[in-house]
Design a binder for this molecule. Structure first.
Ligand code: FE2
Length: 685
């Protein structure tokens, strides 16, 4: 073949990111690498427009020889005159070969230094013996770099490890982990805090107790939602109290009770007025109608002692509930793990204020466990572990990387901000929550005992708690639809790339990833039963479904309703100023007001839950940053089959959304948190 015949024109499209800061003034060079060799180094044209946000530079490259199948493009950023370094976000490079064949090179990352990166062709590739040397080399170099930038750090002894960045140095996160390179959303996070502080200013200096329960409305109604208004109306109802175990913020704590525990000596006589003459406790236990919420995890956790200079109090209560027809209602509460004369069992037949205060104490305990275990540990710290392990162990051409990245977006920055502003010393929890900065690591470490693989997999979680058939459990019903849709999507993707169990067990990158999560996230606790390796296609499907579900739906279920349920403070007091009552018949309304948080503590608590549950579009102030579940706008999978599978998954989610919305029209208290259109694709708040 003569050189003139072999010479060809490769047509390139290079797309910059859509964010305002995504362009660069620096020089960009590009080299094509194919199985037959490399092109020369070509500079992209210096027309400024080409590097504006969202712009696509189109250039032709003449190559003297046929490069054969294209493997990767090498992109480098170099200084232009004395212009300063100016980070550039590259979405993708697309190359049309002389043959007409089109190759996509997805990147979706910042190039933030004068450096060279190699972007592999978009096909998902699993490391094997017949992989091209250039690709093997690219993967090695890529992982060396990401491991250099993403190191582990011990956040607190006995809890999952986190990214090695100081909590007040969010700007030191690698650029690809920052909300649009810090230009937009963390700004939003801070602006929001300032805005809230301004609104709450009148309240934040008042360090005394509320004088009247209705006055609390003044602060809780600074922001309102349909559900928060309803909660304020019905918060004293036993039915509403019970329903929160199913469709509130902590829907994974309650368990079916087969036998009354010794430490909670409830007897027939106590519950007779609740269950009526037609049945009794023993029968209802046998019928599977009795449930238990046990907060033993809070036992001996030290309470915050620095809210307005005062010691706060924590209880470790137990609450027995009864399924009455379609409703779940509380029938007995003991505020201590140790029975005795100073730990009376409170009953609905007690005086109004005895019963109300007992329920308020349970709500306070539920809030601490919800925030630290259910929310922060399980749906913030774990997703961070998944995130760091994925970045460190899986190269961008790995199909599991492509599958997971959309579900790990911004989690590292979110948690870095949380560690400082929310749970750090003098953070919101220290200012307003019974479990302050000192108690958080202690409670979290205790919560690690319950952090099992089965508790993270929704079907197993529901089954192990005996909650399969209880009616009106929307968290379970909506969650299962999403879990199954996710599992089917993941299964199709996994089966497309892995043709045998051996391919799974012999994928060294995948195995290193699973092992790292076991080590850094679950601290090699064998009791967690979390796999340390994966031996089959089936086990990989389950594992990946668990990761995606945790980072999206599970976080939404325990995060999005925080303002709805807690902004009416008596339904979710962040702290209690008096010890739990030890006798019956003495509590008055003034006693309850005295035990509830002070005015300023209430304001800070409401600010915290508002900040944490704020809808992303408001918080981030830019619609391009909001990504609902199933959004894969960044085209990392370039083959037709996975693209088709994504579409199928999105169609399923749309159907689920429709049925959830229809159901919500028909109920008094809607459950919108697991409507797929309301679920964020990743933990970013
Ligand atoms: Fe959250």
């Amino acid at each position: 073949m003569s050189s003139s015949q072999a010479m060809g024109v490769y047509k390139l499209k290079v797309a910059a990111g859509k964010d305002l800061t995504a362009g660069t003034y620096n020089n960009i060079f590009i080299v094509l690498v194919g199985v037959n060799g490399e092109s020369g180094k070509h500079q992209l044209p210096r027309q400024w427009n080409n590097y504006l946000p969202g712009s696509v530079a189109v250039i032709d490259i003449n190559v003297e020889k046929d490069l054969g199948e294209l493997l990767l493009v090498r992109v480098s950023m170099e200084p232009y005159l004395n212009f300063p370094l100016d980070a550039w976000f590259c979405q993708y490079v697309s190359v049309t070969c002389p043959s007409g064949q089109i190759n996509q090179f997805p990147f979706y990352q910042w190039i933030s230094k004068f450096m060279t990166v190699e972007i592999p062709e978009g096909k998902g590739i699993i490391l094997s013996e017949n992989i091209h040397l250039a690709i093997e080399q690219q993967r090695k170099v890529e992982l060396e770099q990401t491991r250099e930038n993403h190191k582990w750090r011990v956040y607190a002894k006995g809890v999952p490890h986190c990214i090695d960045v100081a909590d007040d140095e969010v700007q030191h996160l690698p650029p690809n982990d920052q909300f649009s390179l810090l230009k937009e959303s963390s700004f939003g996070f801070n602006t929001l805090t300032i805005e809230l502080e301004t609104k709450l200013r009148g309240f934040t200096c008042k360090t005394d107790s509320w004088q009247n329960i209705q006055d609390i409305k003044k602060v809780s109604s600074l922001h309102r939602s349909q559900i928060s208004d309803l909660v304020c109306e019905i918060w004293k109802e036993d039915q509403f109290f019970g329903s929160q175990y199913l469709n509130g913020l902590n829907p994974i704590l309650i368990k079916k009770c087969f036998r009354i525990p010794k430490k909670f000596p409830v007897n027939e006589q106590m519950v007779a007025p609740s269950v009526g003459a037609s049945t009794n406790l023993e029968k209802e236990l046998q019928n599977g109608h009795i449930f238990l919420a046990d907060y033993k995890i809070l036992d001996k956790v030290p309470a915050n002692n620095s809210i307005n200079g005062n010691q706060q109090y924590l209880a470790a209560p137990m609450c027995l509930l009864w399924k009455n027809q379609d409703q779940l209602v509380p029938i007995a509460i003991q505020l201590s793990q140790t029975p005795g004369d100073d730990a009376p069992i409170f009953l609905p037949s007690d005086s109004e204020f005895d019963w109300l205060l007992a329920k308020i104490w349970v709500r306070n305990s539920d809030l601490q466990v919800h925030e630290i275990d259910t929310h922060l540990l399980r749906t913030h710290l774990l997703p961070e572990v998944f995130s760091v392990a994925t970045i460190r162990q899986l190269p961008m051409a790995h199909p599991v990387y492509k599958l997971l990245m959309p579900h790990l977006r911004f989690t590292l920055e979110t948690n870095t901000l949380l560690r400082k502003q929310v749970i750090g010393p003098k953070g919101f929890f220290d200012q307003a929550f019974a479990v302050g900065n000192g108690g958080i690591p202690i409670l979290m470490k205790k919560a690690m005992d319950g952090l099992t693989y089965s508790s993270l997999c929704l079907p197993d979680n529901i089954e192990s708690r005996g909650m399969e058939t209880i009616p009106n459990y929307f968290y379970r019903d909506d969650g299962m639809k999403i879990w199954l849709a996710m599992e089917s999507f993941v299964s199709n993707i996994v089966n497309y790339y892995y043709s045998s169990d051996e391919m799974v067990s012999q994928d060294p990158e995948l195995q290193a990833w699973v092992a790292e999560i076991f080590k850094e996230g679950f601290l090699e606790y064998k009791t967690s039963e979390i796999p340390s390796s994966l031996e089959s296609i089936g086990s990989l499907i389950k594992y990946l479904t668990m990761v995606i579900f945790t980072c999206s739906a599970q976080h939404a279920a325990v995060n999005s309703g925080q303002f709805d349920f807690y902004s009416w403070m008596p339904n979710g007091p962040t702290s209690m100023k008096c010890p739990p009552p030890t006798a019956k018949g003495v509590t008055t309304m003034p006693d309850i007001l005295k035990a509830l948080p002070d005015v300023n503590t209430t304001a800070t608590g409401i600010a915290t839950v508002w900040l944490l549950s704020k809808e992303p579009q408001d918080r981030l102030r830019s619609s391009s940053l909001q990504k609902p579940l199933g959004d894969y706008t960044n085209v990392r999978f370039t083959e037709k089959t996975p693209q088709h599978l994504i579409k199928e998954f999105q169609d399923k989610l749309a159907k689920i959304s429709k049925s959830t919305q229809e159901r919500n029209m028909a109920v008094r208290l809607p459950y919108p948190y697991l409507d797929p259109t309301c679920i964020e694709n990743s933990v970013s708040v």
